[in-house]
Write a protein that binds this ligand. Structure first.
Ligand SMILES: Nc1ncnc2c1ncn2[C@@H]1O[C@H](COP(=O)(O)OP(=O)(O)OP(=O)(O)O)[C@@H](O)[C@H]1O
Ligand SMILES: [Mg+2]
Length: 330
C-alpha cells in the first residue's frame, strides 16, 4: 500500500452507525451494521474492504443519504449527512449503475450535467474534458449499448465527476473488469487523487487496494475489524524484525537464542534471526559484543492479505461465540 503524509482533517467521519433491515414482511429485523466508526482523511484514497455481504454498499448508501440509520451519525466535509447542500461536493458511482443504453456517451453526461446543475453554457466543454479524462473521447458519439463493461465503468465515473466534486465515492469500481480494464480504472483513480480529490472506494480486490489505497477499513459482518495504513500492519500482531548477522560465534548465538526466544535460520557465515520488536536492542547489543557484524535489520510487515484473513477469521469466531451464547440463553 502507499504511504502518505498524514493530514488531520477528515473528509468523512462515521460514528456508531447502526442499520437494521427487515428482510421479509414480518417484524423480524436483521442487524447489518453494528455501530461502525471510521474516518477518511482529506486527500487520501481510502479502501473500504470486506467480504461479500459485509455491509459495504449499505454503508455507502447511508453516507449518500439514500437510506437512514437506526443509530449513529456521519459527517462528510464537516456537514452532517442529513444536510443536503454539501452534496454538490460529492460524487457517487453506485454498485450497479443503471445505464440508459439508447443514449450516447455525450447525451448521458449531458443528462447528469443538467441534473447536477452545471450551467448550460459550461456543459459542452465540461463533457469534452471529462470524456478525455476517462479516456473516452473517441466514443462520446456512440450509444452506451455498444460500450464494453470497462467503458461503461469509465463513463459511470465521468458521471460521478460531472460537477467537479471534492470527494468521490465509488462502489466496486473494478468489478467485472479484465486486468487491462482494471488498470485503466486504477490509473484514472490515481490521476483524480493527484488532482486533489479524496477517493472512497468499496472493494474486495486486495491487489487493487495494495496498489491504490493509503488507508483501509476492513468490515466483516457489519463490524469494523481493522482501520489504518501499512504502518499499522506492523503492529497488527505479526510484528517481529528480521536481522541478518555475519561472523556470529556459535556459543553467543546459542545464548541469545535461549535468552530472547529467537527464530534462527542458517548457520556459519550468515545467520538470519527473527526477533520480537521489544528484544531487538538486546539482540543487536549481544551480537555486536560477541564480535558479529549486523548485515541488515528489516521489520517484518504483515501483508494486507494476512490482515484481511485475520479480520475475517476474528469476525467468524466472534459470530460463532455470539450464536452459542444466544443458544445457551434459550
Ligand atoms: N434492502 C435490504 N433488505 C434486507 N437486507 C439487506 C438489504 N440490503 C442489504 N441487505 C443485507 O445486508 C447485508 C450487507 O449487504 P451489503 O450489500 O451492504 O454488502 P456488501 O459488503 O456491499 O457486499 P458485496 O461485496 O456483495 O457487494 C447482506 O446480508 C444483505 O443481504
Ligand atoms: Mg456491495
Amino acid at each position: 500500500m502507499r504511504e502518505r503524509t498524514e493530514t488531520s482533517e477528515d473528509a468523512v467521519s462515521v460514528e456508531g452507525l447502526v442499520k437494521d433491515f427487515r428482510p421479509g414482511f414480518g417484524l423480524v429485523r436483521k442487524r447489518v451494521l453494528h455501530g461502525i466508526s471510521f474516518d477518511v482523511k482529506r486527500g487520501e484514497i481510502f479502501g473500504f474492504v470486506g467480504p461479500n455481504g459485509a455491509g459495504k454498499t449499505t454503508t455507502l448508501k447511508l453516507l449518500m443519504g439514500l437510506i437512514h440509520p437506526q443509530e449513529g451519525s456521519a459527517r462528510i466535509l464537516d456537514h452532517d449527512i442529513r444536510e443536503s447542500e454539501f452534496r454538490r461536493h460529492v460524487g457517487f458511482l453506485p454498485e450497479n449503475p443503471y445505464f440508459y443504453d439508447y443514449l450516447t456517451g455525450v447525451e448521458f453526461l449531458e443528462f447528469y450535467a443538467r441534473v447536477s446543475g452545471v450551467p448550460r453554457g459550461e456543459r459542452p466543454a465540461r463533457i469534452e474534458q471529462l470524456l478525455a479524462d476517462v479516456g473516452l473521447s473517441h466514443a462520446g458519439g456512440e450509444r452506451l449499448r455498444n460500450y464494453s463493461k470497462g467503458m461503461l465503468q469509465r463513463i459511470g465515473i465521468a458521471q460521478a465527476l460531472i460537477h467537479d466534486p471534492t470527494v468521490v465515492f465509488l462502489d466496486e469500481p473494478m468489478s467485472g473488469l479484465d486486468p487491462i480494464g482494471r488498470k485503466e480504472i486504477r490509473d484514472l483513480i490515481l490521476r483524480l487523487n493527484e488532482g486533489g480529490k479524496t477517493i472512497f472506494m468499496n472493494t474486495h480486490i486486495l491487489s487493487d487496494v495494495e496498489m491504490l489505497c493509503h488507508r483501509v477499513a476492513i468490515i466483516v459482518k457489519g463490524q469494523i475489524r481493522f482501520e489504518g495504513g501499512p504502518e499499522d500492519f506492523l503492529s497488527a500482531g505479526h510484528g517481529g524484525v528480521d536481522v541478518v548477522l555475519s561472523q556470529m560465534p556459535p556459543q553467543a548465538l546459542l545464548d541469545l537464542e535461549e535468552q530472547l526466544e529467537l527464530e534462527v535460520r542458517g548457520q556459519g557465515e550468515r545467520i538470519e534471526a527473527n526477533v520480537a520488536e521489544k528484544s531487538l536492542p538486546d539482540l543487536l547489543r549481544g551480537a555486536l559484543a560477541a564480535g558479529a557484524e549486523v548485515v541488515s535489520v528489516t521489520p517484518h510487515r504483515a501483508s494486507l492479505e494476512t490482515v484481511f484473513l485475520d479480520a475475517v477469521e476474528q469476525g467468524n469466531q466472534d459470530d460463532g461465540s455470539a450464536n452459542r451464547a444466544e443458544g445457551g440463553a434459550r
